[in-house]
Design a protein around this ligand. Structure first.
Ligand code: AHR
Length: 302
């Protein structure tokens, strides 16, 4: 991509970055938005923020508007994996580098974006399943709360978990439905599952902490004790969930770090300076359970 740095055009012009965010579906997402906003403010970057309100067409419209405004770079957190090639091609034709953040895209042409920065969702799902295989204590019947349909986060966390538990034939996923990464929907879906399956449910695997926290409310309202009557395994490690692990209401949460701000702008600055960057950059994520949650709490940043 041959876009020149803003400094080459005007030494005083701030860097203009367009950011097409998914929406505000979870506490994780809010932390992610704040990270990009705060770091932009620190660096004097002119950040143009668009809330996609969980609709890909809104994100595509936002990217087109960033192109029309001739921004220096575009960051997309894609709601779903597919359907991006036409708008990515438009950005490429305008010589505007695109960074794909958090959720990956499926594309026929990898040159349409300069870098992906995010977590390895498959690895997160595998870590959750492996933890369960070691700690289920004879419980075997699982219900799954899936994230937004079509998102890389839901697709990969689902596949990894299914692949890993397939090695342990005693486990069975007795129901799997989407709660769209939202707390209220996690609660509603869990209420319905408790009605349908009653005491059969022994384990909840939630694709994110917000849905796990919603499910916990439903479990408590049904007179059961989350963490004991029903094991809860989740992903994100937002502070509230790590606290719930320390309190014994969630059994394990796998980290998915949302604090990308510094890495995103470092990468954009390198790209605009003509320096090479790695195509795919993954965060290192940890797992929190009863052994380490309490000690980790004071330093959790989100
Ligand atoms: O794409 C990352 C996922 O999106 C997070 O796990 C979830 O909380 C968020 O909404």
């Amino acid at each position: 991509c041959s876009k020149s740095t803003p400094a080459a055009d005007d030494a005083t012009a701030p860097l203009k970055v367009g950011f097409a965010q998914t929406g505000a579906e979870s506490a994780w997402r809010t932390a992610n938005t704040n990270s990009l906003r705060n770091e932009a403010a620190k660096r004097g970057i002119d950040l143009k923020f668009a809330d996609g309100q969980s609709k890909q067409e809104n994100q595509i419209r936002a990217v087109r508007s960033f192109i029309a405004q001739d921004v220096d770079a575009i960051v997309i957190a894609p709601i779903v994996e597919t359907g991006w090639d036409p708008v990515l091609r438009e950005a490429q034709r305008a010589n505007i580098p695109v960074i794909i953040m958090d959720r990956s895209v499926q594309t026929e042409d990898e040159s349409l974006y300069v870098a992906f920065i995010g977590s390895d969702f498959y690895e997160e799902g595998r870590m959750a399943a492996d933890w369960l295989a070691a700690h289920a204590g004879g419980r075997t019947k699982i219900v799954e709360l899936q994230g937004e349909p079509g998102s890389a986060a839901a697709n990969e966390r689902r596949k990894a978990f299914a692949d890993a538990i397939a090695k342990h034939p005693e486990f069975k996923i007795i129901d799997s439905q989407t709660g769209n990464f939202r707390r209220a929907e996690g609660k509603t879906v869990m209420e319905a599952m408790l009605k349908t399956h009653g005491n059969d449910i022994e384990i909840v695997y939630a694709h994110n902490d917000d849905m796990a926290l919603g499910a916990i409310q439903a479990i408590e309202e049904a007179g059961k004790t989350p963490g004991k009557d029903i094991l809860i395994v989740s992903i994100d490690a937002i502070k509230e969930a790590v606290q719930a692990v320390a309190d014994g209401r969630i059994n394990c949460t796998v980290e998915c770090n949302p604090l990308f701000g510094p890495k995103i702008y470092d990468t954009i600055e390198q790209v605009l300076a003509g320096q090479p960057v790695e195509k795919k950059m993954y965060n290192q994520d940890e797992l929190f359970d009863a052994t380490n949650a309490a000690a980790a709490l004071p330093s959790r940043q989100y």
